[in-house]
Design a protein around this ligand. Structure first.
Ligand code: HEC
Length: 124
């Protein structure tokens, strides 16, 4: 009995450790977006009267010439808006990559980049 219980405790601990160290590649930017962003910015990124759209020329005209790192900082620093739960760092990277893919700036399904890679990528 004791051995069984110890085995269970070990299994639970192992599961906790592996989820705490989930790498950015395990996180779906699309899922993060649907959960934390689409309620305001919409699933089709179109936005609304009160919320800017996140694809197309409007978006590109605000971000062209800046880096993907600037976009990451803007999202991580201000989204979701104050009063709502902030995301984990890896989730911010995944959702930024998802926006880049949705704007045709990054290849779809190319995985989560590092922060340094985002810094080095100019939005054009
Ligand atoms: C409660 C509604 C709401 C949620 C949820 C929300 N946003 Fe926003 N977002 C806004 C509003 C309103 C603005 C415009 C005001 C501002 O810039 O703070 C904005 C602005 C932005 C901008 C700047 C747009 C631009 O092109 O300059 C980005 C990028 C953005 N949001 C991304 C996100 C992402 C990614 C998420 C999910 C992690 C998210 N937002 C969640 C309401 C929301």
């Amino acid at each position: 009995m004791r051995v069984v219980i110890l085995g269970l405790v070990a299994a639970v601990c192992a599961a906790a450790i592996s989820s705490a160290s989930a790498s950015p590649n395990d996180i779906s930017g699309q899922q993060v977006y649907e959960r934390a962003c689409a309620g305001c910015h919409l699933s089709n990124f179109g936005g609304s009267v009160h919320t800017p759209g996140l694809v197309g020329e409007d978006f590109m005209s605000r971000w062209r010439g800046l880096t993907a790192g600037d976009l990451l900082r803007r999202i991580a620093g201000t989204m979701p808006p104050a009063g709502m739960n902030p995301l984990q760092p890896a989730e911010y990277i995944a959702v930024t990559q998802y926006l880049l893919e949705s704007n045709g700036i990054a290849a779809p399904g190319s995985g989560s980049p590092s922060e340094a890679e985002l810094e080095g990528r100019t939005i054009n």
